[in-house]
Design a protein around this ligand. Structure first.
Ligand code: NDP
Length: 497
């Protein structure tokens, strides 16, 4: 069981602006709850217009200093921050688990490390960023041009609640590597670890004002997306929020990166290694209680192996340990809020009402010790069809829909029959089929014979309504910098006037 002495004592949290906590002055706060108990962890001050103005002013000053530094120096700070995150892994993982409800076994091994990897990767890349030089040849008097890769200025990052620290790192690291300043707003359900990242950056030597954290709800987010001195916004959130953010950003023609929702297919052909495919289906649906945007929630299994696949899947799902997220043995923690769990349970009811067969989970566990938390046993539906709401809509919880197919052509068409396009996975031993099918799937992030692995080197993002732009890899650099072309004349100016 968890060691109570490891639990932090939290006082009222404030915005972090210009390298320091900043009191909002008006006393407006919200509570952040522990999803495992629904007890308040602490109050958090809401950032209003005055705090946003202060953050923009601080970011402008931070940007002036930071963008003047060379890439090697910037990279050194980011790499130091990565080391500090790793050194504070336990403390940060505990805080993340308390705030998000995810098992400590995950936050300790994945969340903080993924954030640190990202800082380290972009820390390394920072020194390599630059433009190109092109000699235009004799017909242009050997004039030439060069390009300068320049930062955008102040970037706003707006996060979702499922991977709070990781999302903050995935946005801050490429932005800062390019020389930008950032104002980050975490989701109001998980406001705590972004503030720790700010502390870590300061300790690593980041100039004050380069990374700021503001707190609050959609209104605080809007103050960022509508601000004319902010050059870019990167959002992780729902499709509906993405559309609003893009519309608000359009008023000042901001650059926009959108990492949005999905309803991704995981396709299992009859020749697949079934145990691996079942492992992947579990990871693709029940890691972080199913609260992962890229989850493969539509599991298409080729008819001849459907029964064998389902039997293994159900047995392993029923054996998953649901419990206190702080217990190292827990595999399924608490959903983010009571409201969200109700939403997921309503989808379970909708699945039953539509005629799908609930073959595992789908209800709250009966242990009295879990009664106050937002727990739910991972649900598996068999006998689904493509029209059911559980198959069409993003549930963002532990709910897997099993579908059967017989033809490659058929499953590709059905997999693509969605407005989303975030991710897709396929299991087969047939090399040609694997690449043929992946090439035809309308999804930005794909896996062959695995699922949901997101190394920092690999671009991540969605097609269609799942998003715009890419995070991670070299691709993200394009979205946090702009090119200046400079033509240099080596001859006379040939003018007809
Ligand atoms: P939301 O879209 O509700 O919120 C995301 C963030 O946007 C929050 O910080 C939220 O503030 C803020 N926000 C809400 N409305 C506005 C607005 N009008 N203007 C500016 N900011 C606003 O998403 P959730 O937090 O509920 O996260 C779940 C969603 O995120 C799922 O759809 C999931 O698929 C998606 N997601 C996508 C990922 C990806 O990389 N593609 C990864 C993880 C999640 P507040 O805190 O007040 O809600």
């Amino acid at each position: 069981m968890p060691d109570a002495t490891l639990l932090p004592t939290l006082t009222t949290q404030k915005a972090w602006i210009g390298g320091h906590p900043l009191d909002n002055g008006d006393g407006r706060t919200f509570e952040t709850l522990n999803p495992a108990t629904n007890q308040a962890l602490c109050d958090v001050q809401i950032s209003g217009a005055a705090e946003i103005e202060a953050a923009v002013a601080a970011a402008e000053a931070g940007f002036a200093a930071w963008s003047d530094m060379g890439g090697t120096a910037r990279g050194r700070v980011l790499k130091r921050a990565a080391d500090l995150l790793r050194a504070r892994n336990r403390e940060l993982a505990v805080l993340e688990t308390l705030d998000s409800g995810k098992p400590i076994s995950e936050s300790e091994t994945v969340d903080v490390h993924s954030g640190a990897d990202c800082l380290e990767y972009y820390g390394g890349l920072a020194a390599t960023l630059g433009g190109e030089h092109v000699d235009l040849g004799a017909e242009w008097n050997h004039s030439f041009f060069y390009t300068r890769r320049e930062p955008l200025g102040i970037c706003a990052g707006i996060g979702a609640w499922n991977y709070p620290l990781q999302i903050a790192c995935w946005k801050a690291a490429p932005a800062l590597a390019c020389g930008n300043a950032m104002i980050f707003k975490p989701a109001e359900l998980t406001p705590l670890t972004a503030l720790k990242l700010a502390e870590v950056f300061k300790e690593a030597g980041l100039p004050d004002g380069v990374f700021n954290v503001v707190q609050g709800f959609a209104e605080t987010g809007q103050l960022l997306t509508r601000h004319e001195r902010i050059a870019k916004v990167s959002l992780t959130g729902e499709v509906g929020t993405g559309k609003k953010v893009m519309a608000d950003a359009a008023k000042t023609l901001k650059e926009v990166t959108l990492e949005l929702g999905g309803k991704s297919p995981l396709i299992v052909f009859a020749d697949a290694d079934l145990d691996n495919a079942v492992s992947a289906a579990l990871l693709a649906n029940f890691f972080t209680q199913g609260e992962i945007c890229s989850n493969g929630t539509r599991v298409f299994v080729e008819a001849p192996v459907k029964d064998a696949f389902l039997e293994k899947l159900v047995a392993r799902t029923k054996a998953m340990r649901i419990g206190d997220p702080m217990d190292p043995a827990t595999q399924v923690g608490a959903l983010i809020s009571a409201e969200h769990r109700d939403k997921v349970l309503a989808y379970v009811q909708a699945g039953v009402a539509a005629g799908a067969r609930l073959v595992a989970g789908g209800g709250a566990p009966e242990e009295p010790a879990l009664a106050n938390g937002n727990y739910m046993a991972p649900a598996i539906f068999d006998g689904c069809n493509d029209e059911m709401s559980i198959v069409r809509e993003e549930v963002f919880g532990p709910l897997l829909s099993l579908l059967t197919f017989t033809e490659e052509e058929e499953v590709v068409a059905r997999a693509n029959a969605t407005p989303f396009g975030l991710a897709a996975g396929i299991f087969t031993r047939d090399l040609r089929r694997a690449h043929r099918v992946i090439a035809r799937l309308q999804a930005g992030t794909c896996w062959i014979n695995t699922y949901n692995l997101t190394p920092i080197e690999m671009p991540f993002g969605g097609y269609r309504q799942s998003g715009l732009g890419r995070e991670n890899g070299r691709a993200a650099i394009e979205h946090y910098s702009q090119l200046k072309s400079v033509y240099v004349e080596m001859g006379d100016v040939d003018s007809p006037y």
